[in-house]
Design a protein around this ligand. Structure first.
Ligand SMILES: Nc1nc2c(c(=O)[nH]1)N[C@H]1C(S)=C(S)[C@@H](COP(=O)(O)O)O[C@H]1N2
Ligand SMILES: [Mo]
Length: 251
């Protein structure tokens, strides 16, 4: 088998591949993802542009009824404190032992007031419950009920600065995933602390996980401990995105 050849941005430019992309996208230049121009991430551009052109800005994904709730596999890291994993988090184990009483979610970056919220702070904010379908890039889907605070409410508490364009979730197991403001402020984008009427189990992201319902499962970061608002594209994704999956994974 031939080894895949990596194409650099410079090579792509020289080969004239970039102008082809711009030509096709004339007319939707305001709808370009931050990965635009990266030849290996052309898929982002087309999905993102198509989505933003076709969808009303705040279109809701389908919500299901209680009868539709299915079994739900736990994928990737299922216990950040497990001593058997590569980099076990002692901090997570300590928080878990205490029923997450000392857990704090920090919100910083381009905000008026950098903030840190406990689990009960989050639970005191207005909540939303939704039954949605999770789609994993590995090919399975599952339906669950999620309860949490809309991310927009948490961003309001900290006061997002006008220049803000992206929100990054950082997790206790070392993940970083970012979304744009359109998805961050979407009414179904939650910081969930409840699943199927109970606390979120450890394997599904306790105490708080993101639910980004308009994108593939890997954007719904479990074990979120920090939220960073920025005006520049935070290309610091770890895990699955580093492995070559799209930054924008709209469904
Ligand atoms: N922190 C963290 N978040 C994560 C992952 C992970 O390994 N660690 N896996 C992702 C992937 S690929 C999927 S499909 C979902 C799985 O969520 P579940 O374990 O609750 O099914 O979480 C996503 N969020
Ligand atoms: Mo996934």
């Amino acid at each position: 088998m031939r080894k895949p050849v990596a194409i650099t941005r410079r090579q792509a430019l020289l080969a004239g591949l970039m102008p082809v992309g711009s030509l096709i996208l004339t007319g939707c230049s305001k709808e370009l993802p931050p990965t635009y121009g990266h030849i290996l991430r052309m898929g982002d551009t087309f999905t993102y542009a198509a989505h933003h052109a076709l969808l009303p800005k705040q279109a809701l994904v389908k919500e299901f009824s209680r009868n539709d709730i299915s079994s739900f596999p736990a994928i990737g890291v299922t216990d950040p404190g497990d001593p058997k994993i590569r980099r076990p988090s002692h901090a997570y184990r300590a928080l878990q032992r205490d029923g997450f009483r000392d857990f704090r979610l920090s919100v910083d970056g381009l905000v008026a007031k950098p903030t840190s919220l406990s689990l009960s702070d989050l639970q005191r904010l207005p909540s939303r419950t939704q039954i949605t379908k999770h789609m994993c890039e590995e090919g399975w889907t599952a339906i669950a009920e999620w309860t949490g605070v809309p991310l927009s409410r948490v961003l309001d508490v900290a006061g997002v600065q006008p220049a803000a364009r992206f929100v990054t979730f950082l997790s206790l197991d070392g993940r970083a995933e970012s979304i744009d403001m359109l998805d961050a402020l979407h009414p179904q984008t939650l910081l969930a602390y409840g699943m199927n009427g109970a606390e979120i189990p450890v394997r599904h992201g306790a105490p708080v996980r993101a639910r980004v319902e308009r994108q593939m499962g890997y954007k719904s970061v479990k074990y979120v401990q920090q939220i960073v608002v920025s005006d520049t594209f935070p290309d610091s994704s770890t895990g699955i995105i580093k492995a070559g999956w799209a930054w924008y994974a709209g469904i």
